[in-house]
Design a protein around this ligand. Structure first.
Ligand code: 13P
Length: 251
């Protein structure tokens, strides 16, 4: 059985007071982490403060990191830095980073290797644009993203991986993929991993859906057999909503 995982991606929202207020509201109110994993991926400047106050059930993640061990990379943060402040998760290859910050399938692959080398839990994001969907090439593109991202990774690593299927046209638009569309692609991704590795690896690996997930649609999404959780932007910013979203994954 795969443990569901709900992750909030705050993107570039909240100041320090808002971040701390959130953590004070949610800690102690989240379900047990062996029933559902709750993660907040926050801007890097708040990570340490949040880790210190995360409590028993919440885990903290970063939204990006560099693939090198260290070096002259002004403005970047390393896996070792994240690890040294007890950050446990990291989002890799979010579509906003692919579109606006030159993230490529190659850098995504290097970052996944680096995350595993440093015992961080990566959340790999994949997903197609509206243009790709309308041209009928969704599976081709997402299949390629998955294959290139996983290149050279052993199956013991891949079984621990979290993949977030986030169709770009559903991000921040209020336009959610239907639960059938989301399930279809999450199933496709699991089959892809089954073909690249084996049955056991594919069955262990968790797949999230992301893109306008909110209280009104999470139940339906979580009912789908290949959807193990959600990566949530806008709706994760409100602490009361975040608690309810995590609770929805329990059912
Ligand atoms: P929204 O939930 O705001 O659509 O964002 C999804 C997302 O990009 C999470 O990484």
């Amino acid at each position: 059985m795969r443990i569901p995982i709900i992750a909030g991606n705050w993107k570039m929202f909240k100041d320090r007071d808002e971040a701390l207020k959130f953590i004070y509201v949610v800690t102690d109110r989240l379900p047990l982490k062996d029933k559902v994993e709750s993660v907040i991926c926050a801007p890097s400047v708040f990570l340490r403060s949040l880790v210190k106050r995360q409590g028993e059930q919440l885990r903290i993640g970063a939204q990006n990191m560099h693939f090198a061990d260290q070096g002259a990379y002004t403005g970047e943060i390393s896996a070792d830095m994240l690890k040294s402040i007890n950050v446990e998760y990291v989002i890799i290859g979010h579509s906003e980073r692919r579109a606006m910050f030159n993230e490529t399938d190659e850098s995504v692959n290097k970052k996944l290797h680096q995350a595993f080398k440093n015992d961080l839990n990566p959340i790999l994001c994949v997903g197609e644009s509206l243009e790709v969907r309308e041209s009928g090439k969704t599976e081709e593109l997402v299949g390629r993203q998955v294959e290139l991202a996983l290149e050279g990774l052993e199956k013991t690593k891949v079984s621990k991986l979290i993949i977030a299927y986030e169709p770009i046209w559903a991000i921040g638009t209020g336009k959610t993929a239907t639960s059938e569309q989301a399930e279809e692609m999450c199933k496709f991704i699991r089959n892809k991993v089954r073909n690249l590795y084996d049955e056991k690896t594919a069955d262990k690996m968790r797949i999230q859906y992301g893109g306008s997930v909110k209280l009104s649609n999470i139940d339906e999404l979580m009912n789908m057999p290949n959807i193990d959780g959600a990566l949530i932007g806008g709706a994760s910013l409100n602490p009361e909503d975040f608690i309810k979203l995590v609770e929805a994954a329990l059912k």
